[in-house]
Design a protein around this ligand. Sequence first.
Ligand code: NAD
Length: 341
Amino acid sequence: MRKQAILITGASGEIGQALVQSLHEQGSLPIIALDIQPLPEGMRQLVTPLQGDILDRSLLSRLISEYEIVTLFHLAALLSTRAEFTPEAAHRVNVEGTLSLLQLAAEQSEWRGEPVKFIFPSSIAAYGLPDLETKTSYARVREWEWNYPRTMYGCNKLYCEQLGIYFSKHYRQLAADRPVMLDFRCVRFPGLISAFTVPSGGTSDYGPEMLHAAAQGIPYDCFVREDVRIPFMVMPDAIKALLMLTQAPQENLKRQVFNVTSFSLSAEEFRQRVLVHFPAAQITYKPDLKRQGIVDSWPADLDDSAACRQWDWQPDYDADRSFDEYLVPNITRRYQVVNEP
Ligand SMILES: NC(=O)c1ccc[n+]([C@@H]2O[C@H](COP(=O)([O-])OP(=O)(O)OC[C@H]3O[C@@H](n4cnc5c(N)ncnc54)[C@H](O)[C@@H]3O)[C@@H](O)[C@H]2O)c1
């Protein structure tokens, strides 16, 4: 008998660590945590850790010979800035890696006679607005608008959303017998901020970087202009969104890709909030015109009304609560602990 399990790829990353913690607290099925990087020491006993590459087909075959995957959270990816430096490698990990996992989930669905839930985090990077004038006039962008990404990462996300839909609706559509197909569900996240992990390789990182630098008393040069505005969300809400979408009754879902968001801030509004809590913070602007150009192409806000209607999505943290109750106390504690002798 194969053991039922949840598979998380990219489990050692920012979202992965928070998701492992949350699923463990809920008392979920056993979790297989696959990542090319090791999980932090303190988390390994919560899961079955598996260090390896999602592009390693033999590793994936061994995995399904031992486990019955019921739900798959596919988080492993190369993020937007990193992907722009190595676009071909990003395509391999983000697209070919996703294709392999969709195939794995398709086979598992067929073998079990029941759909495997395939949960995929897409991104605001799937959008691409041509200029600032358009960005101002289309304040809250809906899922099907402005799907013209200008980064490799955004292209990868948009295409993988379509691949996921294909595998869940049209896979083997000309075969004599239609297979049991997987159940693909996707959220498009805004920039995420965690109090416990420091981001790397993303293009919305200037927000969390300001905060983490301020809490450590390190000066920070923000890489976008002060008026640049995008939506953000704190990690507890990101995990809440992933879990709510996973648990939503299939019959309530009229689409498979959903925007989710919580609050939208300009870089200067973000800086002012950081200064309220860390008045000595030294945050200046030193725009990197290329990275800023990418952020300028992302919407100022997302319309998440479909998620609100179809699976009762509501963030728990608005901007005030995010800073006052989650970010500032936890980030302060994190660096106090680190700095203590
Ligand atoms: N953090 C954000 O703001 C944000 C926003 C939107 C969407 N997302 C998406 O959420 C997912 C997780 O993001 P994150 O913020 O935790 O990123 P992260 O970079 O912290 O984590 C990604 C993890 O994937 C792993 N990984 C990369 N290549 C791999 C490979 N070939 N095989 C196995 N593991 C590999 C990395 O080691 C890393 O631990 C990604 O798909 C990302 O695109 C993140």
